[in-house]
Design a binder for this molecule. Sequence first.
Ligand code: AMP
Ligand code: GLY
Length: 436
Amino acid sequence: MSEPKPRTETNVLLIGSGGREHALAWRLSLDGDRVFVFPGNPGMNATPGVKTLSGDLTFEQALKHVREHRISLVVIGPEKYLFEGWVDQFQKHSIPAFGPSQQASFLEESKIRSKLFMKEWKIPTAGFEVAKSLDEALSIIDAHPRWAGYVLKLSGPALGKGVIVTGTPAEAKAAAQDFFKHRPAGIEEGMVIEERITGREVSLFYICLGEHYQFLASACDHKRLKDHDQGPNTGGMGAYSPATWLDTATRHQIEKQFVEPTLHGMNAQGTPFNGILFLGIMMTPQGPSLLEYNTRFGDPETQTFLPLLKGNFTDLLFSVASNEVHKFMQTEITHHALISVHVVKAAKGYPGLFGEAIESGQPIEIHSTSFSQVSRLFYAGVKDKNGTLITSGGRVLGVTSLGKTLDEARKHAYHDLSHARFENEHFRTDIGGDAK
Ligand code: AMP
Ligand code: GLY
């Protein structure tokens, strides 16, 4: 095996602007690298070693930044740019870019193709069928009267609004009618109708290079807007990591049943997977079942688990982006034996369902000197107005805190969150409260 090439320059360009990217920028900067975030948000500039770059968010502008700032590694945050093939385009210009190729990112981009892939490679998942029209959807529902419920999923990217969980066949039919009548984005390719399953959910993150992988983290997201899982689904109102209730033996079983056949299948069909494989798993009474693949870091799970990782994270991403298997295997990531909790503060109106406006423009008051050593503040939807940060988007900011126990981490997170305030803020008070 050839010796890995030494990494001479240490300038990283990170694409994205949310809380996940703030956490990534911070973690990458800890390895001594200079991190440029395009476009980033103005809250990130207070992090030492991190600088945001402006301009139209196009590939050409990103490439210009790469050249101007002598970037040696590009890291893609949001899935949108994976689907658009930015990784492939950077690689064509001989610039190492972290993330799966456009072809490999179908695992997240298309629910139909990903479910067919699971079936082909015998990866446990809920029973399903594909509907391309309303008539097909109605007959599928009729054909499965014994399913415990029906989950309708738009195949294409639908900004988290493409999944409806229903109970009776009549409810499922009404939801299908609604989808085909209103034709939201994502319906063009059709929908997956699957059996409703039940159990606890966990997010698992693996960094992968072809058929090699390393475990990064387990985490539990809290997707509903309100306490006790009430209210509409959101991008995620908080998370904790690790999933304290998931034992190591089960995790290893998940690696054999899900991660290895996925990576093998991707290689075998000529779309090797290099990047973050994020599995959304439900622990059913019959065993783990795959709800979905994502092909990127999760938001807000990433804010939770990055502070737990020891080792040179930049080297690890670089080895994947530059396809250096030997270096990938040598760059081992280990974990602090701590628990991490991240709590999000969102603006009034979030998640903006049914056309509700999301409030912006509220000044953000920060008492950073009151923050404890075990906490970090990550910004997401913020803007600069005459030198003051104001709210500008749904999820505005979040605090991650570490503790020896979940309760200790929660206590710090909520205490420190009270030092970052804005008018009409809302947040959940029970993040990590279901972990027993
Ligand atoms: P997905 O985007 O496929 O992960 O779906 C979003 C959410 O819908 C998941 O986090 C689950 O809470 C729920 N969900 C998805 N598929 C199913 C299923 N087959 N049975 C029950 N709930 C599901
Ligand atoms: N937290 C869920 C996601 O990033 O998709």
